[in-house]
Ligand binder design. Sequence first.
Ligand SMILES: Cc1cc2nc3c(=O)[nH]c(=O)nc-3n(C[C@H](O)[C@H](O)[C@H](O)COP(=O)(O)O)c2cc1C
Length: 399
Amino acid sequence: MADRRAFLQYLAASPLLAGLPTADLFAQEGARLAKASDALDVFDFEAMARQVTPPAHWGYLSSGVEGDATLRTNSEAFNRFHLRTRRFVDVSHMDMSVDLLGQKFSSPIILCPVSSLGAFHPDGEVGAALAAKNRGQLQVLSTQATRSVEDVIKGRGAPVWFQLYTTDSFAVTTKLLQRAERAGCTAVAITADLPAGRNPITQTRFQRQDTRNCVSCHGPAGPGGNGNVVSSKPMFAGIDATGVRLQSAALTWDFIGKVRAVTKMKVLIKGIDDPDDAKLAIANGVDGIFLSNHGGRATETGRSTLEALPEVVAAVRGRVPVIVDGGFRRGTDVFKALALGATAVGIGRPYVWGLASFGEQGVDRVLEMLNNELRLAMVGAGARTLKEISRASLIAARG
Ligand SMILES: Cc1cc2nc3c(=O)[nH]c(=O)nc-3n(C[C@H](O)[C@H](O)[C@H](O)COP(=O)(O)O)c2cc1C
């Protein structure tokens, strides 16, 4: 181990490797983390998660759609901006707290809904809930969670937000909403970006490398349940969803009013990445917007959410919070989105890398590292609160 590290350091310093991504070498090293606190950035967990996750599940987690262009551009977009440093600002007291729809959180970094966390670690959604609770950060729970919403809220000891896959039966949808509300969820995010399937080529390639029998875990319909509601998911327990699909291809904007009519939860829409849609969402009464392209897993737009952010923020004009997600891997990434007007930032894959590696401890470490990186970015930019981060905190990269 020590020899290997010394060798990697030697390689990294070698002029032969000038210009090569030496960070990748250390990410390989990360595959041998002994404990969560050994991780130095989220990529250490990515390398380890890849080692410990079966190929089909890894493909499910890491895939975008088609050529994965949107997936890539989500992360690459952060290079368009640099941080503007400011010196001799008293940064001895930093406050990263944020108010989201009347709830206060200690950090603007939130856990996005990711389905089937039990496929990555037995701690699953409850492990994520405990980590988020300990750090005072928001978690949004997927319809397709492998643990019940009641267990997750019990684990956290406080409300989470619920993510809704609309289904194509409003009777079933109503029952999902009522159950989430009864369990204590204070807000629902309606996912709007996957109305009629997707084309996850990378995922399929990884699945083909997996020699395990998927049917033994997923049932006769296999992973994804052929687009039908996967009745084994706890959210559907006790709800007759026979033949019902998880999403509907027929939804239009009046769906938001229909949801409002059957729940008192705040209603957000997830999957907006166009300013005209942001205006329509507000006209139809949403309480908040998730600017998201589903982590590059829905439409292969080739456009990052960061690029869409200033337009969406301008269209929203501060009327509702804008939470952006997609490709955030560093505290400086989060800082850049806040500077462009986001209210908060969601992460998906990074916390699942932590979960797959060390369960709850891994999620905790991901949040700790990203929060610390964000704090350091704020210190360097002389911004002591989120409100002090502005467009003037950034410099557009040349070229
Ligand atoms: C494996 C996986 C499963 C996901 N499941 C859901 C889901 O059930 N509902 C949802 O609205 N979004 C889902 N998402 C999208 C995330 O909520 C989020 O938009 C995205 O992961 C953010 O991008 P990032 O992974 O690059 O951070 C999923 C993403 C991944 C990677």
